[in-house]
Design a protein around this ligand. Structure first.
Ligand code: HEC
Ligand code: HEC
Ligand code: HEC
Ligand code: HEC
Length: 115
C-alpha cells in the first residue's frame, strides 16, 4: 500500500472521529467522501476539473495504484480506461459497484470475473 494512501486513510480516521456521519458512510457521493478527506484538490488541480480527465486519473492512481496492480476486474482495462469511466465520482456513491453491461453485452459481472 502506498504511503500516500496510508496517510490518507489515517487522515480519514481522524476525520471520522471529528465528523458525523463517518466519511465512509454508504450512500454518500464518492467525490464528497474524498473531498472530506483532502478537499476538491485531492483530484482536481486548484480544485477545477481538467478537460480530458488525465490529471484526475493520475491522482486516483497516486493513492490507489494502477489498474495493472489491482484485481482481475481492473487489470484487463489497463491502458484502456480511466477510473472515472466506471467509478463516476460525482454520479456514484460509496459502496456502489460499477456494472459491465454499458460496454460488454455478454452478461459478465464482477463476480463471474473474480471467480
Ligand atoms: C475522487 C476525486 C474527485 C474529487 C474529490 C472531486 N472530483 Fe470533481 N470530478 C472528478 C472527475 C474524475 C471528474 C470528471 C469525470 C466525471 O464527471 O465523472 C470530475 C468532474 C467535475 C466537474 C465537471 C462537471 C461534472 O460533474 O462532470 C466539476 C464542476 C467538479 N468535478 C467539481 C468538483 C468540486 C467542486 C469538488 C469538491 C467538492 C470535486 N469536484 C471533488 C473527480 C473528483
Ligand atoms: C471496468 C470498470 C472499472 C474500472 C475502469 C475501475 N474500476 Fe474499480 N471497481 C470496479 C468494480 C466492478 C469493483 C467491485 C468489484 C471489485 O472489487 O473488483 C471495483 C472496486 C474498486 C475498489 C474497491 C471498493 C469496493 O467496492 O470495495 C476501489 C478502491 C476501486 N475499484 C478503485 C478504482 C481505481 C482507483 C480505478 C482506476 C485506477 C478503478 N477502480 C477503475 C470497476 C472498475
Ligand atoms: C488522496 C488519496 C486519494 C485519491 C486522490 C483518490 N482516492 Fe479513492 N479513496 C482513498 C481512500 C483513503 C479511500 C478509503 C479507503 C479505501 O476504500 O481504500 C478511498 C476509497 C475509494 C473507493 C471505495 C469506496 C467504497 O465504495 O468503499 C473508490 C471506488 C475510490 N476511492 C475511487 C477513487 C477514484 C476513481 C479516484 C480518482 C478519480 C480516487 N479514488 C482518488 C484515497 C484516495
Ligand atoms: C467503460 C467501458 C467498460 C466497462 C464498463 C467495462 N469494460 Fe471490460 N473492457 C473494456 C474495453 C475497452 C476492453 C478492451 C477491449 C476488449 O477486449 O473488448 C475491455 C476488456 C475486458 C476484459 C478482457 C477481454 C475480454 O473481453 O474478456 C475483461 C475480462 C473485462 N473487460 C471485464 C470487465 C468486467 C468484469 C466489467 C464489469 C465489472 C467490465 N469489463 C466493464 C471496456 C469496459
Amino acid at each position: 500500500m502506498s504511503k500516500k494512501l496510508l496517510s490518507a486513510i489515517f487522515g480519514a480516521a481522524i476525520a471520522a472521529l471529528a465528523l458525523s456521519p463517518s466519511v465512509f458512510a454508504e450512500g454518500q457521493e464518492l467525490a464528497e467522501m474524498h473531498a472530506e478527506m483532502d478537499g476538491c484538490e485531492a483530484c482536481h488541480a486548484d480544485g477545477s476539473p481538467s478537460a480530458d480527465g488525465e490529471y484526475e486519473f493520475e491522482q486516483c492512481q497516486s493513492c490507489h495504484g494502477t489498474l495493472d496492480e489491482m484485481d482481475a476486474v481492473h487489470q484487463p482495462h489497463d491502458g484502456m480506461l480511466m477510473c472515472a469511466d466506471c467509478h463516476a465520482p460525482h454520479e456514484m456513491n460509496v459502496g456502489d459497484k460499477p456494472t459491465c453491461d454499458s460496454c460488454h453485452d455478454d452478461g459478465r459481472t464482477a463476480e463471474s470475473t473474480l471467480k
